[in-house]
Design a binder for this molecule. Structure first.
Ligand code: ADP
Length: 177
């Protein structure tokens, strides 16, 4: 069961995850410092299916994962139906939202749409294992961490592309999978 040694020469999660070396950083949402306007900016300027939620940009500690469509629907609904929700309202994904000065707009609480236990692997995890996990658990995406810090994301499509690439380069590896 020493998977590490057996696969040490093979592709690892860090080789398949996004962002790649010269890509812009992963698009994340912070748990309690971004405004409605900030998050609307993220969902309109990117097309990703989802976003990791982190404690802070500096820490990159993972809190959960939020789907783009859930964010769009929740913000739209809140703007229409929830009193006091405006562009400058803070969005809060934490259990307990810290009280703000009385003059500030209402906080939009979105913990209910947060997946609190998104699947994660470390950057060193061999891709054979990642592929296996995607297959067995039917994952849509998986987050990649190093020492508990968020590094990247691998989607189902990234995995399929990786499998296709392996099949082209090395026909035996697909059998191996
Ligand atoms: P798909 O892989 O099915 O097209 P996405 O649109 O979510 O799904 O992702 C497109 C690409 O962007 C993938 O290669 C994925 O790894 C990457 N990606 C997904 N989410 C993010 C994100 N929040 N920040 C940066 N890159 C991401």
């Amino acid at each position: 069961l020493e998977a590490k040694e057996e696969f040490s020469h093979k592709t690892r999660a860090m080789d398949v995850m996004r962002p790649r070396k010269n890509d812009p950083p992963l698009t994340v949402i912070t748990q309690d410092t971004m405004t409605v306007e900030d998050v609307e900016g993220v969902v309109t300027s990117t097309t990703y299916s989802g976003y990791p939620v982190v404690v802070s940009r500096a820490s990159q500690r993972l809190v959960g994962f939020v789907l783009r469509r859930d964010l769009i629907i929740s913000i739209e609904n809140a703007r229409k139906k929830q009193d006091g929700i405006v562009s400058t309202s803070i969005i809060c994904f934490t259990d307990y939202c810290p009280p703000l000065p009385p003059s500030s707009p209402s906080v939009l609480k979105l913990r209910s749409i947060l997946d609190l236990s998104p699947f994660t692997v470390t950057d060193e995890t061999p891709m054979e294992i990642v592929v296996d996990i995607f297959r067995k658990l039917g994952l849509r995406q998986c987050l990649v961490t190093h020492n508990g810090k968020l590094l990247g994301i691998i989607t189902k499509k990234d995995v399929l592309k990786h499998i296709a690439q392996m099949a082209n380069q090395d026909p035996d590896s697909i059998l191996f999978n």
